[in-house]
Design a protein around this ligand. Structure first.
Ligand code: GTP
Ligand code: MG
Length: 470
């Protein structure tokens, strides 16, 4: 049996013993000690107060306002995001300028590819109306190298291993850091373009240097070099009246398609080409996955709020990836491209695009997770809608319920607005206001006004909600 050792418990607190004043303290020492203790207490209180103030401030600070951009593929989500960038993060927008060049080059090559395909179809059909002149056949041959350029650009803009056949990424992603260090390797001094480029370096040297770097003028297979060499032939092809007739016969309206640059060939294929804001808004690059962008916006003179804007891919296969973002979203900007009434989905040619937009709208409006979320509808691509209706394409041929209303923009846009508004009213779980704008988000001026309005509405609603909660 182990013997028990009694444990002696001190009858005084050892800590108190250590801090208690010495027994032989003089009155002066005592006064000094008390002063030091009071000072230490004051410092400690100040720290506590500051911590408490920070805690309250953090609690009160408005969290970031979250906005999700939704809509079918090619509805204009990423283009709307670019407008946000131009307004609230011009630096980020500028930083990407050079990278858009490759996207625009690919957009050009795609359009030419479509024309060459249309010519091949005409040859195969041996239709007497579609006879191609020997000059056109020569052009067709001379433009063949562009198809290889297309492949090179797709490789540059498609993430490896994604299984995607369509580009989805700016090329800067893999270049950004590296490019800062290898800028000097870009120009081969033997090329004739060097002079042109050095003359060009007038504006922001950084921005232009990025563009200079993107083209390897010493490499005859570089996309920029091939495009420049083919520029005249492309202009001839696009301007040829029999090509225009052929496109009409095959119902190919290239100028209404995403990423149309054939009317600006001289400019966009020139060695000194730097994409303008307008070009970047018109460039087409499909989104894969979800990207988040942060902006700081102010309301009046006092309140600044952080905004988080989410851009998602609208391709059918990507729609299920939207759901995790529904939770906790303050607002959704839903884009319905109403010019698309006579088009079918690229991913499913059995489905009309307008009908698809209406169905997506119903699923968003009636979604339980979104019953408290503000919904803002952009009836987009009104510039194309106006041109289409003016050219005689009839809405009633695709939307039977349009009946005998006049085939003009005022009536058509109002009709579609009522349709979307009616569905919101009918299908929403809780009543909510109908915020709706007619937009052409490739037009920065009108879009700026609309986004300012959206910002005001959301900030006000958010403040009102916060007031209700407190
Ligand atoms: N003319 C015209 N073109 C537009 C308008 N809005 C978007 N576009 C063009 O339509 C194309 C598709 O726009 P995006 O913003 O890439 O479409 P998205 O909704 O992001 O498409 P996904 O990424 O595939 O989901 C781009 O080439 C845009 O320039 C518009 O109002 N008018
Ligand atoms: Mg997109």
């Amino acid at each position: 049996m182990p013997t028990k050792v009694p444990v002696t418990v001190p009858d005084v607190d050892p800590l108190a013993k250590m801090t208690e004043p010495p027994p032989d303290e003089t009155p002066t020492q005592r006064e000094a000690r008390l002063r030091a203790e009071a000072e230490a207490q004051h410092v400690s209180d100040t720290i506590d107060e500051e911590l408490e103030r920070q805690r309250v401030a953090e609690k009160k600070a408005p969290r970031a306002l979250k906005v999700l951009l939704l809509g079918q593929s090619e509805s204009g989500k990423s283009t709307t995001l670019k407008n946000f960038q131009i307004m609230y993060d011009p630096k980020a927008f500028k930083a990407e300028r050079a990278s858009w060049r490759a996207v625009i080059q690919l957009n050009v090559v795609r359009s030419i590819h479509l024309i060459l395909d249309a010519m091949t179809r005409a040859q195969n059909a041996s239709d007497a109306h579609l006879q191609l002149s020997p000059e056109l056949l020569k052009l067709q041959m001379r433009l063949a190298p562009l198809l290889q350029v297309e492949q090179a650009l797709i490789r540059q803009l498609t993430p490896s291993g994604s299984g995607e056949s369509e580009p989805t990424h700016l090329s800067y992603a893999e270049r950004s850091e590296r490019s800062r260090n290898i800028r000097e390797v870009a120009i081969n001094s033997a090329t004739q373009w060097k002079g042109a480029f050095s003359r060009l370096l007038t504006g922001d040297p950084d921005e232009d240097a990025d563009v200079v770097e993107m083209v390897d003028w010493g490499n005859p297979n570089d996309p920029g070099v091939v495009l420049n060499a083919c520029a005249q032939d492309m202009v001839l092809l696009w301007g040829d009246p029999s090509v225009q007739r052929l496109l009409v016969r095959q119902n190919l309206r290239l100028e209404e398609m995403a990423g149309f640059f054939l009317d600006s060939l001289d400019r966009v294929t020139s060695p000194q080409y730097v994409p303008s804001d307008d070009d970047i808004l018109r460039a087409r690059l499909k989104t894969l996955g979800v990207s988040e962008h942060r902006f700081t916006m102010s309301q009046g003179s006092s309140i600044a709020r952080d905004w988080r804007v989410f851009d998602v891919g609208g391709h059918r296969s990507l729609v299920s990836a939207w759901v995790p973002y529904f939770d906790d979203m303050d607002a959704i900007i839903f884009l319905a491209p109403i010019s698309c009434f006579d088009q079918v989905l690229a991913e499913d040619p059995k489905v009309n695009r307008l009908e698809d937009s209406v169905n997506l709208w119903i699923s968003i409006v009636s979604n339980e997770l979104l019953k408290n979320t503000n919904l803002i509808l952009f009836l987009n691509k009104i510039d194309i809608l106006k041109a289409k209706l003016a050219s005689g394409i009839r809405l009633v041929d695709y939307v039977v319920s349009y009946a005998n209303r006049p085939n003009d923009f005022e009536n058509a846009s109002m009709y579609l607005r009522k349709k979307f508004g009616g569905l919101l009213k009918e299908k929403s779980i809780l009543p909510r206001p109908f915020y709706c704008h007619y937009t052409a988000v490739t037009d920065t001026k009108s879009t700026k006004k609309i986004l300012l309005d959206v910002k005001d509405v959301l900030m006000r609603r958010n403040l009102a909600d916060a007031a209700l909660l407190t």
